[in-house]
Design a binder for this molecule. Structure first.
Ligand code: ZN
Length: 119
């Protein structure tokens, strides 16, 4: 729900400042609009002589954004805000694996003491 509201507001804001950017006082500037796969529009202002990068990190969600509104770059498989969680999960399963291994070794030892042969 919040996402839809933001998209509408974002497009209104994006449509607005076009005229504003043209009355640059000192250095001539160009405005470039980037589109990310979350339908965010990011209007970035560059100096007129600057070479405009083909992609830009969306300031709203951090995903890569491109100049082509029809073809925004696909979101990476792991989004930035998920990376930490994935890392924590990974760590947790490592810890679990280690404790499972400890249990298995303890079990193996206790069975060996009991005279069982386990391969
Ligand atoms: Zn975005």
């Amino acid at each position: 729900m919040a996402g839809a509201g933001n998209a509408i507001r974002g497009s209104r804001v994006g449509a607005g400042p076009m005229g504003e950017a043209e009355r640059g006082d000192a250095a001539p500037r160009q405005t470039v609009t980037y589109f990310c796969s979350h339908d965010h529009r990011s209007v970035v202002t560059f100096a007129i002589e600057a070479s405009v990068p083909e992609s830009w990190d969306c300031p709203k969600c951090g995903l890569p954004a491109s100049l082509d509104s029809e073809n925004p770059p696909p979101a990476p498989k792991i989004e930035p805000y998920k990376t930490h969680l994935a890392y924590v999960k990974e760590r947790r399963s490592e810890t679990e694996a280690a404790s499972i291994l400890d249990e298995a070794v303890a079990l193996l030892r206790s069975r060996r003491k009991a005279g069982e042969i386990i391969f």
